[in-house]
Write a protein of this length. Structure first.
Lengths: 331, 325, 306
């Protein structure tokens, strides 16, 4: 199914800041991207890069001391920031849904599975208990959970990790949302289960035509799953483009560093490559390019923050004064 | 589930037996049993006769067995002061104490949980901080002093409420209760509130801590992400989780209420078991003390058992793992 | 070809070293209520220590008190021109002085019983945590059973069995408290015991005393400090309650509880000051200790250090 032309989700200049006693933390600092129906966008970055906060901002789940201070979020023509709390609540879980990282903690341990699924349906539609339960059952079947009737009566701790995440996915799909935001849903799972979940997600988004924003720190996941990728660092997008282009010919030194540091990309017997230094504390960001301290290519211009501009393949954007121009990464 | 009940039941019996042994040792072996069981005013001949009659000249284990036998058949000796069955005296006073304790628990739950929830949901507001500051007072102030202050204000200066005693009683299923009459309620209000104070503070803090912690949990964020209303998120998701430890605390605290009632009953001259205990200690009426101890211990053990059962009924994680085992 | 550079030394920032103690102290004074509590407590302790020197009258010197001065309301003067700021009791004793002396006794009994209980509880808890096994099971079973009964009940039964007197009251207070310490210490020690460096220490065959004193003990101190502070207040309150019930300290050691008990009978006839002012003193003591303890708990709690 080919993605339609108009983006179902448009994010422009999003800034989410946290006003703490220690100072202002710019968790999300000028993030823009678009996702079309049926498309999978990967949001890649280390912890503290602002990727999860971007997801929460889209859902309207930023709590004080945090606040979205600037930017536009447009979901299928609806300006989300202009909505009141009740209107936003009606969209949440309905037109835009989120899957979290650790399913043991996201499912309420003292409530039954059917309760937690039925309430998600009844929050947005007037359906009877029986009808809601039938829909829940269908959703469980769709995500590949066997014996759905028994599973509905069970409690979360009776499921394995992979099963619980499937339930979380089922809940996200219950109201056929236009956009699904998945925040590291496979990080807490075994590698084999991870593969299964990835396959399911891919299949489901193709089938339902939902747009998927997949947040992760794991490049290998993105390689197999996403159509486009945004690389985030210190709250900003530093590189963006089609997955194939970005992974084969990364233009930003950070992206290059990320790719190089994947163990399978290293030559056996030689020292593992790593990006020197540590991610900066968002409270004490240096002026100019935040990657400056760790970058081998840093130069005089880097004291000014670089803007995001097109570079390389069509649709590829990069935020760097000295982008990499060499050819493909050695295989 | 049945296995669980039987297992806990057996444990309780063991604890009860152990406690009876402790009481026995404390009273018969450590204290001077002669003084405890025989009226110190008796003369030498009577004493010797009594010693023989009570079997105090027999070996210790034989004495323990007859003590147990007496305990099981409800004979725990006769009060020195009242010359009636010690156990009977206690049972006669029990309804008054129960009424006081239940009223206090009710007050504590009705006031404590909502206030704690409020403080937990809005910790930085004026109301939240005031509630927490108030709860510190509830803990710190000694119960007897608060009782005195209540009497001072409401009975002496304002003259609204009576300062001591229990009001008119009405018999319900053979048990005299006083909350069904206006006079009874007027007498009940102050002591029950006094007794409730500590638990109000405890419940406020517990509920607040629970709510505060629950709000940080991922399942709350997830519930909001599903688009549930705020009312449902708090009322179902948060409340259901924090109620479990709160219910168990309430149950366990009920036992300690019976203990604290001793003080309140003394301050307000409420004719319950507690006041009886204090009077007995002062008058050296030891059979009554022993009877009180055994009754209380039984009571505590029963409460602990019920609370455990309640906990496993409420928390699905506990219930199901127990039945698997 | 690598695009990565060697680590630059100045790229790694160092922050000014902030010792835990300094941070704890600055966190503590951030709360004005806690500072107020600490100041009040300091005042009370000073009064208690210097009572004989700052009291207007020695209320227990029979030569000084005059029964004709008895039950005077606050502010009245005695025949000899001395003002009784807080009134007099039924023996003609100046309430203010009686309160100062009473504070002394209440504090001494409370603090001494807490210290002894702390030592016993510490030993029991550490032993339970370190040796584990049946010893731990036995100790903790006793602790659990004891803690499931209200303190007042245990204290009363002990007094009933042992009889009355200062030593017996202190014994009762100690017996009531040790279990809290044992439980707190054991939990903290268990947490520490599971950390990997403890395995390493054991592999190195370090002597148990070294492990216990150098590793387990320091980790238990923060929660112990909090529990001890709260317990002092609880001990003072418990002693006052026992004395009020007539089962506490003897008349020769008039703590605040006894003063309150003395005044109880006069409450209904409006002579409130004989009970009221000692009560206020008691409450101020307990509240100030609890304010300090509350802040200490927040300050020393590692989980809240995020």
């Amino acid at each position: 199914m080919t993605p339609a032309e108009d983006p179902v989700l448009l994010v422009e200049g999003l800034r989410t800041h946290f006003f703490t006693r220690a100072g202002v933390v710019k968790a999300v600092d000028d993030v823009s991207f678009q996702v079309r129906r049926g498309e999978v966008l990967g949001l890649v970055g280390e912890s503290g890069s602002g990727k999860s906060m971007t997801g929460y901002s889209l859902m309207g789940l930023i709590d004080p001391p945090g606040r979205i201070v600037a930017g536009r979020i447009v979901l299928d023509g609806i300006d989300l920031r202009a909505l009141g709390a009740e209107a936003m609540r009606q969209l949440r879980g309905n037109r835009i849904a989120m899957i979290f990282q650790d399913p043991m903690m996201t499912l309420n341990p003292v409530l039954r599975i059917d309760t937690q699924m039925i309430e998600a349906i009844q929050a947005h539609a007037r359906v009877s208990q029986a009808q809601a339960r039938a829909r829940a059952r269908e959703a469980l079947v769709k995500v590949g959970i066997p014996s759905p009737d028994e599973r509905l009566d069970a409690y979360p701790h009776q499921f394995s990790g992979g099963m619980r995440q499937r339930v979380a996915i089922a809940i996200a799909l219950l109201n056929s949302p236009d956009v699904i935001i998945a925040d590291e849903p496979t990080t807490a799972l075994d590698v084999t289960i991870q593969g299964q979940i990835l396959y399911e997600m891919q299949r489901l988004t193709r089938e339902t035509g939902a747009a998927l924003v997949w947040i992760t720190h794991d490049l290998s996941v993105i390689a197999g799953l996403a159509d486009r990728v945004c690389v985030m660092y210190a709250g900003r997008i530093v590189e963006e483009g089609d997955v194939a282009d970005v992974l084969a010919r990364p233009r930003h030194p950070y992206t290059r560093g990320l790719i190089d540091s994947v163990p399978s990309n290293n030559v056996r017997g030689q020292r593992l490559k790593q990006i020197p230094g540590m991610t900066p504390s968002l409270l004490a960001l240096p002026a100019g390019c935040p990657f400056r301290e760790r970058c081998a290519r840093a130069g005089a211009q880097c004291v000014d923050a670089p803007p995001l501009r097109g570079f390389g393949a069509p649709g590829q954007m990069i935020r760097c004064h000295y982008p990499i121009v060499e050819e493909a990464v050695p295989a | 589930m049945l296995v669980f009940i039987i297992r806990r039941g057996l444990q309780s019996v063991v604890v009860l037996a152990a406690m009876s042994l402790l009481v026995f040792v404390g009273v018969y072996a450590i204290g001077n049993p002669i003084d405890i069981l025989i009226n110190p005013q008796a003369d030498q001949q009577d004493r010797e006769r009594a010693i023989h009659a009570l079997g105090l000249d027999r070996p210790l284990w034989a004495q323990y067995l007859s003590f147990l036998h007496g305990a099981l058949t409800g004979d725990l000796g006769r009060s020195f002061v009242h010359s009636t069955s010690a156990l009977g005296l206690i049972l006669e006073r029990m309804p008054a104490t129960m009424e006081l304790a239940l009223a206090a628990m009710l007050i504590a739950v009705i006031i404590g949980i909502p206030l704690g929830l409020w403080a937990g949901l809005r910790p930085n507001g004026v109301a939240g901080r005031t509630i927490m500051a108030g709860s510190i007072l509830g803990f710190s102030l000694p119960t007897f002093w608060v009782g005195l202050m209540l009497i001072m204000v409401f009975a002496v200066f304002l003259g609204w409420l009576p300062s001591n005693g229990r009001g008119e009683t009405v018999d319900v299923l053979g048990v005299p209760v006083s909350f069904l009459t206006i006079d009874g309620l007027r007498h009940l209000v102050m002591p029950a509130t006094n007794l409730a104070l500590f638990n109000v503070a405890l419940l406020i803090r517990l509920t607040r801590a629970g709510a505060h912690e629950a709000l940080l949990q991922d399942y709350v964020k997830f519930a909001r992400a599903k688009g549930l209303t705020h009312a449902r998120v708090i009322g179902v998701h948060v409340l259901r989780n924090i109620l479990i430890p709160i219910v168990t605390v309430v149950g366990l605290q009920f036992g300690s209420l019976i203990g604290f009632a001793i003080v309140t009953e003394s301050v307000f001259a409420w004719p319950g078991m507690g006041k009886l205990l204090i009077d007995s200690i002062n008058l050296l009426d030891r059979p009554v003390i022993v009877a009180y101890l055994l009754v209380i211990v039984t009571f505590f053990i029963v409460i602990n058992l019920l609370v455990d059962l309640l906990y496993s009924a409420l928390d699905p994680r506990v219930r199901l793992t127990e039945t698997k085992g | 070809m690598s695009s990565l550079a060697p680590i630059r030394a100045d790229a790694i920032e160092t922050r000014r070293a902030e010792t835990p103690l300094r941070r704890a102290m600055s966190d503590f004074v951030a709360n004005p209520l806690a500072v107020f509590g600490l100041a009040l407590l300091a005042l009370i302790v000073l009064i208690a220590v210097f009572a004989p020197w700052i009291s207007p009258q020695n209320p227990y010197d029979l030569a000084v008190i005059d029964v004709l001065d008895s039950r005077l309301p606050p502010g009245e003067k005695s025949a000899s021109g001395q003002t009784f700021w807080l009134g007099t009791d039924d023996q003609g004793r100046d309430m203010l002085s009686a309160i100062f002396y009473g504070l002394r006794i209440s504090l001494v009994v409370g603090v001494s019983s807490t210290i002894v209980a702390l030592i016993i509880g510490l030993a029991a808890g550490l032993a339970a945590a370190y040796f584990g096994g049946r010893l731990e099971g036995a100790i903790m079973r006793i602790v659990d059973i004891q803690l499931s009964f209200p303190a007042i009940l245990i204290a009363l039964i002990l007094i009933a069995v042992l009889g009355q007197g200062t030593g017996k009251v202190i014994t009762a207070l100690i017996t009531v408290q040790w279990a809290y310490y044992a439980r707190t210490v054991r939990s903290a020690a268990l947490v520490e015991k599971r950390k990997e460096y403890m395995e390493a220490a054991r592999c190195l065959a370090l002597p148990p005393s070294h492990i216990v004193f150098r590793h387990l003990l320091p980790n238990c101190l923060p929660p112990m400090i909090v529990v001890a502070t709260v317990q002092v207040a609880a001990a003072i309150a418990l002693e006052a309650t026992l004395s009020f019930l007539g089962l506490g300290l003897p008349i020769t050691e008039p703590s605040l509880g006894l003063l309150i008990a003395n005044g109880y009978q006069y409450l209904l006839s409006g002579k409130y000051w004989i009970s009221f002012f000692p009560g206020i003193a008691l409450v101020l003591t307990i509240v100030s200790i609890n304010l300090v303890a509350d802040q200490l708990r927040d300050v020393l709690n590692p989980r809240l250090q995020k």
